[in-house]
Design a protein around this ligand. Structure first.
Ligand code: NAP
Length: 330
């Protein structure tokens, strides 16, 4: 179907209308093929009606800004995505939340933490922080209302039993606090969040799980008898079955190193665990979570994620290409 639609394009709305990949012809007509994927944000201002047409012609009647280089097209008024980071007081969660805050021209950042004490880890001036325990389905609901996207970074955290002396050799023992076992946090807690996202009409959920989930005998499962990878995997499946557009990110071992300096590597089915490439900085995981929100190519996909050592390969900048490499839905 051909739909002839005349529209004023200004620097302020250009990104919104033209999206990432419009062909602008010298005749000053912009043709949008397969419309929806070209829209930058499928938010309320990004012409949702376009979805119903298979071919859309936009006749541009004013393009005074086209002499500007493309990246300088103003994005200030592009619709901003409201993004909720849960586990925002965690080590990766804090980074993700701060990245969103820094990109306030693109995102309205929200955080969910479990206590006032957790909130202090982010900083006393942080706005838009909701306090609720993810095991409390009703308590977390307000944080999800009005969110366009959610990044789930909550996880049960094993604690080391006191008395371990590394100088004496042996292995430390771990335990989970009562009520904070992976079954409660990584299964029921994640399930509550996915249900809350669905009820609130959230349009994309990014869930950070973990590599290792294909092996029920993985050593991490025996930590504190928590079966943490088993419960994480169950929550990943619940998300994949939920009908909400999703991205499941399963990183390897997390490093507290600077992000943006490494070539990232994606994989599936824990194959990377058989290689030397099986760790990644938390900052890079946080970045991939945010990038996933910006590309249709990331939706309905699950990926294992690791990084080459710093100085080996080329630091990843093209995240669209990264997501295009993935074909696994789970
Ligand atoms: N560590 C690794 O090497 C590794 C490897 C692969 C994947 N991962 C996964 O990657 C993700 C990020 O890891 P990370 O080490 O950066 O996370 P982290 O620092 O352990 O943070 C976990 C977060 O979950 C929150 N949380 C736990 N129980 C909660 C509850 N009942 N209600 C609300 N919030 C709750 C914690 O809140 P508080 O701040 O209040 O404690 C914390 O903010 C996790 O899913 C982790 O399992 C980790």
């Amino acid at each position: 179907m051909l739909f002839d639609w005349t529209v004023h394009i200004t620097p302020d709305n250009a990104f919104n209308i033209l999206g990432r990949a419009v062909l602008i012809r010298p005749s000053t007509e912009a043709h949008l093929f397969s419309s929806f994927s070209f829209l930058r944000h499928p938010g309320p201002h990004s012409f949702p009606f376009v979805q119903s047409f298979s071919f859309v012609r936009v006749r541009v009647i004013s393009l005074p800004f086209l002499s500007l280089p493309f990246p300088s097209l103003a994005m200030a008024d592009a619709p901003r995505l409201t993004v909720l980071v849960t586990g925002a007081s965690g080590r990766t969660g804090q980074i993700a939340y701060k990245k969103l805050e820094e990109r306030h021209e693109q995102f309205i950042s929200r955080g969910l933490v479990r206590s006032e004490e957790s909130k202090q880890k982010i900083g006393p001036d942080s706005d838009n922080i909701y306090i609720a325990d993810i095991r409390d389905a009703n308590g977390i609901a307000p944080a999800f209302q009005g969110a366009d996207a959610v990044i789930i970074l909550t996880s049960a955290v094993p604690k080391m039993k006191p008395g371990f002396d590394p100088t004496k050799g042996g292995r430390p023992e771990f335990y989970y606090e009562d009520g904070q076992f992976p079954e409660q946090v990584d299964w029921i807690g994640q399930m509550n969040q996915i249900d809350a996202a669905k009820a609130a009409g959230v349009k994309h959920v990014v869930l950070v799980g973990s590599m290792g989930g294909t092996n029920p005998n993985h050593p991490l499962n025996s930590l504190g008898n928590g079966n943490i990878l088993v419960w994480k995997r169950k929550a990943e499946q619940y998300l994949a079955d939920s009908g909400i557009p999703y991205t499941i990110i399963r990183p390897g071992g997390l490093l507290d190193k600077e992000g943006g300096l490494r070539e990232l590597v994606v994989g599936k089915d824990d194959e990377l665990l058989q290689t030397d490439t099986k760790s990644i900085p938390r900052a890079d995981v946080a970045e991939v979570c945010i990038q996933a929100l910006q590309f249709e190519e990331a939706k309905f996909k699950a990926l294992d994620l690791a990084s080459k050592p710093e100085g080996v390969g080329t630091p990843t900048k093209d995240f669209k290409a990264l997501f295009e490499q993935i074909s696994s839905r789970f």
